[in-house]
Every structure is written in C-alpha cells, then in structure tokens.
Write a protein that binds this ligand. Structure first.
Ligand SMILES: Cc1cc2nc3c(=O)[nH]c(=O)nc-3n(C[C@H](O)[C@H](O)[C@H](O)COP(=O)(O)OP(=O)(O)OC[C@H]3O[C@@H](n4cnc5c(N)ncnc54)[C@H](O)[C@@H]3O)c2cc1C
Length: 464
C-alpha cells in the first residue's frame, strides 16, 4: 500500500504534543460569544407556522416566512440554544452548491444539473444580499475556495489543460505548503462566514421581523387534529403548519428516522499567527482551502488571524452525544497533518478543539417532503455542506407548505426521496466497510474498489 503525504512527512511527535497541550475542548466560534437570552415556552400559544429547530434551516425558514408574509405568526422552538449544534460549530464554508459538490449533483441529476447550479448561485447571492440588507455581523467574505492536489494522482482531477489551473509554483505562491502539487481557485462559488455569528444574527433578524423565539423548548411530539398541536415539556402551540428543521437529531417523523446518520467531524483552531508566521505561508487572499482526498481536510483563516483545520476523520456514531466530541487520537492526527501541511509553523499552539455531528444522508445532500396531510414540511441531510444550502431548503419547505408549484418544488432533487440507511447493525457494518475502502483508495492513487464502484452505481455512499 502507498503512503499518503501525511505518512511520508510526519512531524516530530514532540511538536504535536506541545501544540495540543494548551488546547481547550470548546467550540472556538461559540467561545465567549455574547448571546441574548430567549424565553422558554410555558403554557399555550397559537401560530400560523411553528418551526422546530433553531439552526440555519429553522432560522432561515422563520426569516423567509416573515419576508414572504409579514402578517404570518411564526414561532421557533429550539431544544437548547440557537446555533449551538452544527450551525454554530462548522467550518464556515458557505458554498453555492446545493448538491454537495459538482460531481454528486451531476451524477444524480444530470438533466437538471445546470438549473441546480443556477439556483445555488442565486441562493448564495441572496445570502450575501440578506447579510448586507440587515447589516448582519457574520464576517461574510466572498474569497472563494482553493482545491489543492496533495498526491500525484490528484493533479489530473484539477484538469491541467483547462484555464485557471495552478501548477505547484502558482499554488504555493498563493499558500505556501510543501504538500501542494497543484491547485484551482474557484473565486465565486464559496464565501466564508463566522458560523456562530451567522446563526445568532439570523435569530436577531428573525426577532426583528416579529418571529417569536423560544430556547430550551424541545418539541416532544406533534398531535394531528383539525389544528396541529406542537408539544413541549412545559407547553404547546396550536398551529396551522409546522416546519421540521431538526437536522441530524432524531426526527419527530417516524418515516425519517433512518434517513440520516450522525457522522462526527473534528476541528482545531490555532492561536493567532504572528506577522512573521503569515509571511512564511502567504495566504493573503484568505480563501477557504480543501484537499482532494476522499478523507479530506478543510481549512481557513479566521477573522482574528488564526487557522481553523478540520476534517479527515469522519466517525459515524449511533447517536448525537457530547461524549463523541473529545477524541484524542483524532485531534492528534489532525495536528500531525497540520504540521505536515505547514512545517514552517512548528511551535504554533492550538487554542481550541471540538467536534460536531454532520447529518449524512445517502444522497449527500438534503431531502425534502411533506407529512400530516401537507401541513408538516421537512428538510434534512445536508451531509456537511449545509451552510449555504440551508437557506435554499427553507424556501423549498415554505413552497411545499404553501402548496405552491415553483421551479424549486418541480426539481427531481426535491420530489424524489433518497434511500434510507439500513438499520443497525447493517448500517454500522456498511459504513465501516465503505470507510475502509475510501481509505484504501486514498492509499492507491484514488482507485476505487468493487464496493465503492457498486455503491457509486446504485447511488449510495458515505461522506461528510
Ligand atoms: C464540524 C462541522 C463542520 C462543518 N463544516 C461545514 C462547512 O464548512 N460548510 C458547510 O456548508 N457545512 C458544514 N457543516 C454542516 C453544516 O454545519 C450543517 O449542514 C448545517 O449547520 C445544518 O443546519 P441545520 O439548521 O439543518 O442543523 P443544526 O444546526 O444541527 O440545527 C438543528 C437544531 O434543531 C434542534 N432540535 C433538534 N430536535 C429538536 C426538537 N425535538 N425540538 C426542538 N429543537 C430541536 C437542535 O437543538 C439544533 O439546534 C459542518 C458540520 C460540522 C458538524
């Protein structure tokens, strides 16, 4: 088996140990972020629309519902705090892609792929416009994304004969890593945001538009009568419609319980770099960065001049539980890979380490639908690329609940439900075999074995 660049060029163990020594198990984005308190739902309320879940999907749904119809009474019920889950702890890559990347979208929906690209681009532009319209302090930067080849076989994937290809010298002039063999800069398809600030600013805008926001108000069930009754431990809301935006958490709809599995993704953030350290690596254009392996890293610069470095180990778990968040072996591996990527930064410390659950679906991007005689809408399954796509999902859910036929609702991507995961232990065995195969492919010039080829052919898989 070939070795990857990270195995060939391992940093000294002491550098890694020292760098992690002072790191705290805390989400950098949420650490010390001032947040307004919101009420707990107690007693009875009435609403036209209840949104369950206060991450991006739920908050965009509330904001868009009010923008579409300011008279509508909208209530959001969040089990914990707004933006505490994936929405407050992600990498902040806000992509135009609503299909988890071009390859996945083109393969699954070849006939409508061009439309999906256009709708995704419009969605990203509308996110930018919304941020500007409401003066949202979300640190939105449309700096684009650099894809980098770090193994010889990946160079080909960057299409050396097509305009915009960056050879080793050109990519290293942008960001100076000895691991880079080639690159490509997509200048418009990705923006970077401060993810937790985006979530909290969406909550602020929702409140200013008249949405009623409740935290620590987990929904325990929905009774279906002439009106829907959305129950929490201490109260309930009678509503005409419900939008479920609970992502990877157990769905309130039985039919959706096997549609997603939690996959834990891990990240590190460094202390702010000194001017001399920045001079060593360049990166003046502040792009998001990702390598091309199956088990890939994503990394970026924060507003205060740190580097966030995440990905690679994606660990499937049976439930969302904070016990999965501290995984020393994974943080150590990430730190090793960081110093292989930037050996010039030896001596730099990590300040934060954390993890979060990604809502993996079998088609790697969101699925949508209605239940409860058309009164309950849902979207979930973004598989690690939901920062931008959540806004698109909000509009889809509102279109569906409104009974409207729109360009969005007519998409095959929206109309057709993907396959569910099999129940455990089959899901666990399948994911383990797939992960093993993906790792082998990364060690064999990207060559996919029979299992991966079969999964590709039937449109199933595992990703983050
Ligand atoms: C470490 C990590 C890195 C990532 N990096 C990126 C990235 O760079 N770019 C990208 O596009 N995507 C990324 N993602 C994915 C992205 O963060 C998610 O797709 C997106 O945040 C999903 O938003 P959401 O609102 O659907 O879900 P969430 O943010 O998970 O929100 C769901 C909310 O529903 C609430 N809830 C659940 N059940 C109930 C209930 N019964 N009652 C009330 N409330 C309930 C939860 O408490 C939670 O707040 C990453 C994810 C992780 C974990």
């Amino acid at each position: 088996m070939d070795q990857t660049v990270f195995e060939r060029n391992r940093p000294a163990a002491a550098v890694v140990t020292e760098a992690l020594r002072g790191s705290r198990a805390a989400v950098f984005w949420l650490d010390g972020l001032p947040r307004p308190e919101h009420a707990v739902l107690i007693g009875q309320q009435r609403a036209d629309l209840v949104v369950v879940g206060g991450g991006y999907t739920g908050l965009w749904t509330a904001v868009r519902a009010k923008e579409r119809d300011p008279q509508r009474r909208v209530i959001v019920l969040e089990a914990h705090e707004f933006g505490w889950a994936a929405s407050g702890r992600n990498g902040g890559f806000c992509s135009a892609s609503i299909t988890h990347g071009e390859e996945n979208g083109r393969r699954r929906w070849p006939d409508e792929f061009d439309t999906l690209v256009r709708l995704g681009e419009e969605n990203l532009t509308q996110i930018e416009e919304t941020i500007s319209r409401y003066a949202m302090a979300a640190e939105f930067e449309r700096t684009g994304e650099l894809s980098v080849a770090i193994e010889p076989h990946q160079v080909e994937w960057l299409e050396p004969d097509v305009d915009g290809f960056l050879d080793a010298d050109a990519i290293r002039a942008e960001v100076n890593s000895p691991t880079y063999l080639a690159g490509r800069w997509d200048r418009t398809g990705t923006a970077l945001v401060n993810p937790a600030r985006l979530a909290l600013e969406l909550a602020r805008v929702a409140a200013e538009l008249g949405v009623e926001l409740y935290e620590h108000s987990a929904v325990t069930g929905i009774d279906r009568g002439p009106q829907l009754r959305v129950r929490t431990e201490r109260g309930w809301v009678r509503a005409g419609q419900v939008a479920l935006a609970t992502n990877v958490f157990p769905s309130l709809l039985k039919r959706n319980r096997l549609m997603t599995v939690p996959v834990y993704d891990y990240a590190l953030v460094t202390e702010p770099l000194t001017d001399a350290q920045w001079a060593e690596i360049g990166w003046r254009n502040r792009q998001g960065l990702a390598d091309l392996a199956n088990q890939f890293h994503y990394y970026r610069v924060t507003g205060d001049g740190r580097i966030l470095f995440g990905g690679y180990d994606a660990i499937r778990q049976r439930s969302v539980d904070a016990v999965h968040e501290d995984r020393p072996a994974t943080f150590r591996r990430l730190a090793e890979h960081f110093f292989t990527t930037f050996p010039q930064l030896g001596g730099l410390q990590f300040s934060h380490r954390w993890a979060g659950a990604i809502d993996t679906s079998t088609q790697f991007c969101a699925f949508y639908g209605l239940a409860g005689a058309g009164r309950i809408g849902y979207a979930a399954g973004f598989t690690g690329l939901g920062v931008g796509a959540a806004r698109f999902a909000a509009d889809v859910v509102l279109d569906l609940l409104g009974g409207e036929k729109t360009e969005r609702t007519e998409l095959e991507m929206v109309r057709r439900r993907p396959l569910p995961f099999p129940p455990d232990p089959f899901a666990a065995a399948g994911v383990a075999a797939t992960k093993w195969s993906l790792d082998r492919a990364d060690h064999h010039q990207g060559r996919r074995n029979l299992l991966l080829k079969t999964l590709d052919a039937v449109g199933l898989g595992f990703d983050s």
